[in-house]
Design a protein around this ligand. Structure first.
Ligand code: SF4
Ligand code: SF4
Length: 319
């Protein structure tokens, strides 16, 4: 039978330097005002594997991308998460190849499981920090019938948050309540992609096409992490000229099909064009103004803003 040490060695080969284990008992259900995606998650690991006896939480680290003026960006989390998802599937298959039952699942509440397993501590920004890796990790869950000895720690706020409220006070929409929970309706990151963003939020997306990570960028729990340059192929696929022309498919290998959706990327590219003062893109924005919402509405807003606020006086908000 595989030991936890053997699993950790195997996990390292798949790109997961940290693995923690907890028992297969259910977590608390999510709060009733959680994001619809969070509400769809299951609390009981046995829903993924009826014979479940333990749950492995695996952390794959990533470095945030440096943001450069004039360039659109995506939060590096989405790219890491796409990679980690595939690696976790491979790790589960490798464990199963030894005769154990093991299932990789994205259907469970991974953050409470990670904190319970002692992999990291939940912070005021609602994210789990894993020692020196900070919150810049993609967490993946594997449920197994192996009787591994794990931890079952009570939920508690990271002690490093006691005297720190940086994330809470920096959040541009006051989405963080201060106790580690999030008012999801206010979070820029969690807005539905099918509807136009509220006007007050549109300048807050800055140059980002996907995600807002301000509450991670400022967090002292991430102080050991340096930024990396986005790969050249990714940077090219993120060019606003391409995205506003509907040329988005080169982003699928980076982001996965779920995140690289044409209308989502085009609508956010329109906001990024306005937020970066890209008046040179006005002809492309004008050509999109008749498209259905959110693309048409964002493009019309962006064109209006660029015409009303010439780039030199256009204050940009970076997230
Ligand atoms: S910014 Fe401060 S309060 Fe917020 S999660 Fe990080 S350490 Fe905790
Ligand atoms: S992701 Fe952005 S909007 Fe959401 S809580 Fe963090 S700082 Fe606030």
């Amino acid at each position: 039978m595989l030991t936890l040490e053997a699993i950790r060695a195997l996990a390292a080969e798949f790109g997961f330097p940290r693995v923690a284990v907890t028992d297969a008992s259910p977590t608390e259900p999510p709060p009733t005002d959680a994001h619809p995606q969070a509400l769809s998650l299951r609390a009981d690991p046995r829903d993924a594997l009826p014979e479940a006896r333990s749950v492995l939480i695996c952390a794959m680290p990533y470095r945030p991308y440096e943001r450069r003026p004039g360039q659109a960006s995506v939060d590096a989390y989405y790219i890491a998460s796409n990679r980690a998802h595939e690696s976790a599937r491979g790790l589960a298959e490798a464990i199963a190849a030894t005769g154990a039952k093991a299932v990789m699942t994205s259907a469970l509440r991974v953050k409470p499981l990670a904190a319970r397993a002692g992999l990291g501590r939940m912070g005021r920004n609602g994210l789990v920090a894993v020692d020196a890796l900070g919150t810049r990790v993609s967490l993946q869950t594997i449920v197994t019938d192996l009787p591994l000895t794990g931890q079952h720690l009570p939920a508690a706020l990271d002690p490093r948050c006691q005297a720190c409220h940086l994330c809470e006070s920096a959040c541009p929409t006051r989405a963080l309540r201060g106790d580690g929970s999030l008012d999801i309706a206010r979070c820029v990151r969690a807005q539905p992609e099918s509807a136009p963003l509220p006007e007050s939020m549109r300048p807050l997306t800055g140059e980002s096409l996907l995600g807002c990570d301000l509450c991670q960028r400022l967090c002292p729990r991430n102080r050991d992490l340096s930024e990396a340059d986005a790969p050249a192929d990714l940077a090219d696929a993120l060019r606003l000229e391409r995205l506003l022309s509907g040329d988005y498919k080169d982003l699928i290998p980076w982001l996965g099909k779920n995140n690289a959706r044409k209308l989502r990327l085009m609508s956010r590219a329109a906001l990024a064009a306005a937020n970066q003062g890209r008046s040179d893109l006005l002809p492309l924005l004008d050509a999109l103004a008749d498209m259905p919402a959110p693309v048409g509405e964002h493009a019309a807003w962006a064109a209006r803003r660029l015409r009303e606020n010439p780039p030199s006086s256009d204050a940009q908000t970076r997230l």
